[in-house]
Design a protein around this ligand. Sequence first.
Ligand code: AMP
Length: 272
Amino acid sequence: MQIIKTVEELKNIRKTLKGTIGFVPTMGALHDGHISLIKKAREENEIVIVSIFVNPTQFLKGEDLSTYPRKEEADIKICQMCKVDYLFMPDIKTMYEEDEVLIKAPQNSYVLEGFTRPGHFDGVLQVVLKLFNLTQATNAYFGKKDAQQLALIQQMVKNLFLPINIIPCDIVRENSGLAMSSRNVYLSIEQKQEALKISKSIYMAGNLIAKGERDANIVKDKIYEVLAPLDIEYVKVVDKRFDEIEVIEPSNTIILVVVRFGNVRLLDNIWM
Ligand code: AMP
């Protein structure tokens, strides 16, 4: 595995690459969720590129940019074990100039995650577009855990006619059910125990819908019951365009839950 630190280096190497390229963008502190994306990329492509970059433009003022978990050495080992060919670990200076062309995410980036974090998705799309242009990958792998991010990236690819396939990947969970996240390390043992209510609530919702419930408000109320007394930021039932719906339509419904433990926001969702 070759570690690449600068944009220039990556551009030069890219010119020499032939064959299908699978790309997995991450912010590091890799866990089994990331590993599942990398494994899928390894299975489906001749060359695998992983990036680790804690992208400053997607963090709002007061968010955890400076304290975001960083585990460089362990991440390098994980990528080696997963037989990654190129690990791109740029610093901010190689990725950004002072005054840049910006990307503006569409209106549906200001609901849900974008309601709490306005502008967050502008930064996400900006860095993802840069990375797509640099890697010129065939396939890029994204987790359904960040459902709205995945949808907005798919929309960017469509709107800007980008020559890349976006491959959605299932949520990977701990044995307990808790969705894996780099931010889980912020939780105390007690909070981690409490957080199990999140996956419990969405599984319950999945079962209700499987049994025929179609009223989104009933499903939401039941989720609130299971989550109580946690600090719930939102429970939403949306269609795949991220518009809220009243009537559940299986195969076109996502249920999203965000719960706060102090400053830590835990996201989970289920795709029906
Ligand atoms: P991050 O490092 O948090 O920016 O995540 C990088 C990629 O890994 C994104 O596409 C995430 O959706 C994906 N990811 C994060 N956690 C999980 C998980 N538990 N299961 C599947 N994919 C995940």
